[in-house]
Design a protein around this ligand. Sequence first.
Ligand code: MG
Length: 205
Amino acid sequence: MKIFAVGWNYLDHNKEMNHALLPKEPVLFLKPDTAILKDGKPFFLPSFSERIEYETELVVRISRLGKNVATRFARRYYDAVTVGIDFTARDLQSRLRAEGAPWEISKGFDGSAVVGEFVPVAEAGDDLQDLHFSLQIDGTTVQRGHTADMIFPIDEIIAYISRFYTLRTGDLLFTGTPQGVGPVSIGNRLQGFLGERKLLDFHVR
Ligand code: MG
């Protein structure tokens, strides 16, 4: 399976990262399947970074094979959503970006794609572009997002991805993070919510 992720999909986050430009097309990257962390398993802070940051994102699960999918049919290609964390080695990413090098290793390392319990699309709400999600660390809310603020809505991202990559059942899409990213430390408990519903709960070790 493949893990797709979109960068720079919320303007307020782009501003906090001093990246104020509105992208013309979705900024796409992939993580390997070894990045997946699920079932509430702990995330172990890697030794190669001094600053691992959380990025709380709505995650969409692909449910059928697709290629060159039109935006208006994209809804047929996913069946469930959850809240996830796109862990990022920010120090490594900053250095690689400055060098103009691919920042893959800062985003695709083991455990960097945390996913919560999936909820069928029909249960998640009438409109996936009107969902609120949030992250608590040790009981304090540190990040809130509203999917209405996405620069590229889910269906446009799916259509875009499928121009380049064949979609397969079980592939995942991280849809970008809103404002409020920050570092994690050993001992933190991270809890992710879709609306009021807790879908994600794990510790940093
Ligand atoms: Mg992200």
